[in-house]
Design a protein around this ligand. Sequence first.
Ligand code: F2R
Ligand code: MG
Ligand code: MG
Length: 318
Amino acid sequence: MKGEPKHEGQIDVATDIQLMDRFEGCLLGAALGDAVGAPYEGGLLGGLAWAIVGFGKGDLLRWTDDTQMGMGLAESLVECRGLDADHLARRWADRMELTRGYGPGTSKLLRRIKAGEDWRVANKSVFPDGSFGNGAAMRAAPIGLFYHRDAEQLRRAAETSSSITHAHPLGIEGGLLIARAVSLALDAALPAEEFLDTLHSFCSSEEYRGRLVLVKNSLGGDPDPAWARRSLGCTIRAHESAVTAVYVFCHFRDHFKRMMEFIIKMGGDTDTIGAMAGGLLGAHQGRSALPPELLDRLETRDSIASLARALHDCPDRP
Ligand code: F2R
Ligand code: MG
Ligand code: MG
């Protein structure tokens, strides 16, 4: 891909029209990955719970907390023309719908924020050292889009938005990793090795860096769900799922359906790995890479697409 000459912290991206398409692809891909993975999250029991919640919704692909929080973040970025942590905390607390299947810690602390507690206190109220769940990573795509041109602003915004609910360093690092990965995925010509090296130097803990090395070593071989489950993880912990989404993206970067089949075969946190990997695939390939027959069934598809366009058009986007 040709573009402006690169400056520090800046990446080559597409023309404006292509970029708008990738913003749409990213938010729609994340919502679709979430919705397609949701019935399989947590195996048979999780699937049964999700079927009961969705009973009567027919053929609709319903998304979960991953998309609810991601859309809240995108809306807040557009309305505030950048990250305003207090506004964002209130938005998440006001919009929480329990039937979307929130993480236990996140739902408790959002209730406290709704009742008036400052997020800087609430974020250590459930786990004294903060949460290392993947709730910050699963919703980080809008940060990656909004700040894709400036890696340092992206880092600060990802850290702050993650800390509102996930104060543990490993929880925050999951948000950082996915936001940065989305920003890099917008460059359709970026080689997978360079993508992984940049993420490796952006991360600080061995939990993430070690797994990224494993992903790099896996390039060129066949993706293996049993190996990924064992070596990278597919749990609701950030460090055992965010790099896994990067791995899945690297191996299926232009095939959404095969990617979701692999994620479902791997098991565990299928909606969240689907949301993170789906956002990466959509950012990389644009909206047209998402299967139309699935997109047609996606809940609130048009409002997600229009929010992506508003994020793209936001006047203060760096
Ligand atoms: N909640 C779910 N899935 C279960 C219900 C779905 C079912 N299909 C239904 O419809 O009912 N999924 C969502 O939760 C995950 C994101 O969770 P989040 O927001 O990170 O929550 P939390 O509670 O902060 O962290 C998750 C768990 O990780 C462990 N943990 C985290 N920090 C810890 C710490 N410092 N010490 C010890 N344990 C810690 C705890 O077990 C937390 O509960 C996504 O999958 C999303 O889809
Ligand atoms: Mg979910
Ligand atoms: Mg999940």
